[in-house]
Design a protein around this ligand. Structure first.
Ligand SMILES: [Zn+2]
Length: 283
């Protein structure tokens, strides 16, 4: 499931193919994904110029010169594929449309953007640009972890009243937006903080210290995504997810990579989701 760094990587991959370009033709090849597509979606996209691509949490927002924005959520399995031409960047032959290619945008520069989603947990909607923040999917989101309004004192203030475990607390999207299971595991491992600790039982200094770690873990993953993007462009134009080397996530029974630790990564379940951590160095 794509998390913030993967979504940011897709946004960056789409930018050179879409920004400043008009959508010449839009094909909407089924009535819905997770939810029905908005009414007359193709008509509302065709002929419109893309002004810019933004990201909020795990959502991509494509601002159009019509005053509307195309909101894209990749869901569990959504992929963006670029084929055709992106001048100065690459050329991939246009392929016949494949199964699960649900939305296809032909851009004026010759690029074709295909949204493929086998499991159909993804979503697309059209929203007035000025009202994006009030969209039901975005309205209750907390601050962006890489933005200025996310800081230590604010995080400490929100967590100090909570009895939930810190792993569960950090997954609360109203507290900080876009952090998912994988990166929360990585953050706690790097912080040497046990995922089982209760939020209200962690010192203020340790909570505040999480903020720069969260930023660093996400920034490193975005950087890794950037290099994978260059490879993808050279291969097949598929912006789908890169394999990032994780220190804790997915490493059950492996030796802990913390210097001098010697522990073993364990997997436990918290709120129905797998947590990977090292009981020796995460206290
Ligand atoms: Zn360890």
């Amino acid at each position: 499931m794509p998390e913030l760094p993967e979504v940011e990587t897709v946004r960056r991959g789409l930018e050179p193919a879409m920004a400043g370009q008009r959508i010449l033709e839009a094909q909407v090849r089924r009535p819905d994904l997770r939810w029905p597509f908005p009414e007359r979606m193709a008509e509302r996209l065709e002929g419109k110029r893309v002004e810019r691509l933004r990201r909020r949490s795990k959502y991509i927002l494509v601002d159009l010169n019509s005053g509307e924005s195309l909101l894209i959520h990749l869901g569990m399995s959504g992929r963006m594929i670029i084929s055709g031409d992106v001048p100065g960047s690459f050329h991939h032959d246009l392929l016949p449309l494949a199964k699960h290619d649900h939305v296809v945008l032909e851009m004026e520069n010759g690029a074709r953007i295909t949204f493929n989603d086998a499991r159909r947990f993804g979503a697309m909607d059209l929203v007035p640009t000025a009202e994006c923040d009030a969209h039901p999917l975005l309205a209750s989101l907390g601050p962006e972890p890489l933005g200025n309004s996310f800081d230590g004192p604010r995080l400490a203030a929100t967590l100090q009243g909570r009895r939930s475990q810190i792993k569960v607390g950090l997954l609360d999207q109203t507290l900080v937006a876009g952090l998912g299971n994988i990166y929360v595991c990585e953050v706690l491992h790097r912080a040497g903080l046990s995922p089982l600790r209760r939020c209200n039982n962690i010192s203020r200094a340790r909570v505040e210290a999480l903020v720069p770690i969260i930023r660093k873990v996400l920034e490193e993953a975005i950087e890794a995504g950037g290099s994978s993007l260059r490879d993808h462009r050279q291969t097949n134009g598929d912006l789908g997810y890169f394999q990032h080397a994780f220190r804790a996530y997915g490493r059950e029974s492996a030796a802990c990579s913390t210097e001098g630790c010697g522990g073993t990564i364990r997997r436990v379940t918290q709120s129905g989701r797998s947590t990977f951590y090292c009981p020796d160095c995460q206290r």
